[in-house]
Design a protein around this ligand. Structure first.
Ligand code: C2E
Ligand code: MG
Ligand code: MG
Length: 560
């Protein structure tokens, strides 16, 4: 090869290597143009390169043609190469020359061979990369998967394209029923068509992927939201070749409109937001679209936290009983107390409103109530042993406890373990609407009463007070909620009702306790109406047992 030809060769080689290794911007057309020049340079008339995913694929002839060049000038084999990669993929290439062409001189032959091997090695790597990519970024049915979505978000962020977009996650409604109705393979077709339709609305700037089963996630320009939702919410899909059979496919959708000031931290943040919003959408029986809401998510996280750590916290003794005195408003004496639970985490006191409603969603609340009873019994035992003047202490019992058929036994076992005289124990149950078995309630109240344990209707006046409830069930105490107690402002009719309810309760032999008493005025009204026991911030807030200990021996509050 003379020096001029060598220079041309060197230039071609360099350009070929350049175009192959500029990974981010591989330009196939440019690459093919260079290969054309190379063929021209060496007088190659035809070149065929094939790729096989495995040795057996090669045997069966199931390959993929990567390059197919033919200028129609001849078919004499000039060079043949076959490479088997370490991952057992095979790449083969054959170069041809015109029949009458002279064989290439030795040095040119070696140079052509070098170029061919470099190119084959590039193609096989590239192809392998695609294969790996296919495995990592697509699911078994060929839908882009969650990895694809995650990577897409990262790429968008790198180009600062995240803002101005909306992400959604959606779940096809009752898709298992759809599958049952039209069959699995028709179901697959319907799903694919649904997916394609949304894809086309989203366009090339966006992405939709399947995150598993019948759940999909998508990101797209926010101005497309309306159109996307219109489709996502549902439309009839033709699922047979004859264009005759249709089925309605619809979805519930969780939406997160990415705000203008959004700071991208990681894809997990966006995914977490749409996942939990979509979950809400799924639970929401009325609507189909739920928008992401910061506070509801925080609320959900908090609930999850309670659910997760409750049992451990109970075992670790993180729950304490705080005591709030019940006071005789004439003498100022403490005549009783209510035990209220507090969750103490790292010296921080968590109020019941933060955890009781969550625990009431399952039977965890029953464990807490029994635990509180045990704490109270321990304290009473200690007071009795120290010769203190003990008052009756009430423990709240969630209505959930009513489903425990051995409730009475469970309660008495604890009380009797500490040998507490039953008259010191009281249970507060919130008033019940008709949904809870009235007979269970009646049985439990009656049995406890027979055991000399007092039982209270808590929060009377909140919700649906039922006179039936006081007539049918033998309570000892009626605890009037603070919203029931008249104030200076709403005196008239409220006072009238209050006075008569108190009178009626007392006539029936029920003690009346007013709770949530905060002002002098309220105390005066209570006294005027002959409701003589009050509990409320006016006297004291619920306090730790150590403080309450000090109040037990004859402490008197000042009464107005
Ligand atoms: P509840 O049984 O009606 O308890 C009275 C609630 O009113 C207590 O709230 C108490 O701190 C609050 N309170 C007392 N005086 C005043 C006042 O003057 N003004 C105002 N605004 N509030 C007053 P807490 O301790 O936050 O308990 C809330 C509710 O949580 C309780 O209402 C009870 O239903 C439930 N709860 C607390 N501990 C337990 C428990 O161990 N088991 C069960 N099942 N429920 C509990
Ligand atoms: Mg109570
Ligand atoms: Mg109450």
């Amino acid at each position: 090869m003379d020096s001029q030809k060598t220079a041309v060769y060197n230039n071609l080689f360099e350009r070929m290597i350049d175009s192959m290794t500029d990974f981010g911007n591989f330009d196939r057309e440019e690459f093919v143009a260079i290969l054309d020049e190379i063929c021209e340079f060496f007088g190659i008339s035809k070149g065929v390169t094939e790729f096989y995913e495995s040795l057996s694929a090669e045997k069966e002839g199931k390959g993929e043609t990567m390059i197919d060049y033919d200028n129609g000038r001849g078919e004499k084999v000039a060079l043949y190469r076959r490479i088997v990669t370490p991952s057992m993929t095979v790449i083969k290439s054959t170069l041809f020359m015109p029949e009458d062409a002279e064989p290439l001189p030795e040095d040119e032959y070696r140079k052509l061979d070098l170029m061919l091997r470099a190119m084959l090695s590039f193609i096989s790597r590239n192809r392998l990369g695609n294969l790996v990519e296919k495995l990592a970024f697509y699911d078994e049915d060929g839908y882009p998967n969650i990895n694809y979505f995650t990577r897409h978000l990262e790429l968008m962020n790198e180009k600062d394209l995240i803002r101005g977009n909306t992400t959604i996650q959606f779940n096809l409604r009752h898709f298992s029923l759809v599958n049952k109705e039209i069959g699995r393979s028709a179901g697959d077709i319907a799903m694919r068509r649904y997916f394609k339709t949304i894809s086309s609305v989203i366009g090339h700037d966006g992405l939709i992927c399947r995150v598993g089963g019948d759940n999909f996630a998508a990101i797209f320009k926010s101005d497309l939201l309306r159109s996307v939702l219109q489709v996502a919410e549902g439309f009839p899909i033709v699922y047979d070749d004859d264009n005759e059979k249709r089925i309605m496919i619809s979805a519930c959708v969780g939406v997160y409109v990415i705000p203008e000031d959004y700071v991208f931290e990681n894809p997990g943040d966006i995914l977490g937001k749409i996942f939990s919003t979509a979950h809400d959408a799924k639970l929401d029986l009325n609507g189909t679209v739920v928008y992401y809401n910061e506070t509801s998510i925080k609320e959900k996280e908090r609930k999850m936290h309670v659910r997760r750590f409750f049992k451990e916290a109970l075992a670790n003794g993180e729950f304490q009983a705080f005591y709030q005195p019940k006071v005789n408003i004439v003498t100022g004496e403490i005549v009783g107390a209510e035990a209220l639970s507090r969750w103490v985490i790292d010296n921080k006191i968590v109020a019941p409103i933060e955890f009781i409603p969550v625990l009431e969603q399952n039977t965890d609340i029953c464990s807490l109530d029994l635990y509180m009873l045990e704490l109270v019994c321990k304290d009473i035992r200690r007071w009795l042993d120290a010769g203190k003047k003990v008052v009756r202490v009430s423990v709240n019992l969630s209505r959930k406890n009513l489903i425990d058929v051995d409730l009475i036994e469970h309660l008495l076992t604890i009380v009797d373990k500490y040998e507490i005289p039953h008259r010191y124990i009281e249970f507060e149950l919130t008033e019940t609407t008709t949904d809870v078995a009235f007979t269970d309630l009646k049985r439990i109240v009656t049995e406890l009463r027979n055991k000399d344990i007092s039982i209270t209707v808590d929060d009377f006046g909140v919700g649906y007070s039922s006179l039936n409830l006081i007539r049918e069930i033998p309570w000892d105490v009626l605890k009037l909620d603070k919203c029931f107690i008249p104030t200076e402002e709403n005196y008239g009719i409220t006072e009238l009702i209050f006075r008569h309810v108190v009178a009626m309760a007392q006539a029936m032999g029920l003690e009346c306790v007013a709770e949530g008493v905060e002002t002098e005025d309220q105390i005066r009204i209570l006294r005027d109406n002959d409701c003589l026991v009050a509990q409320g911030f006016y006297f004291d807030k619920p306090m730790p047992v150590k403080e309450f200990d000090k109040k037990l021996d004859g402490f008197r509050y000042e009464c107005p």
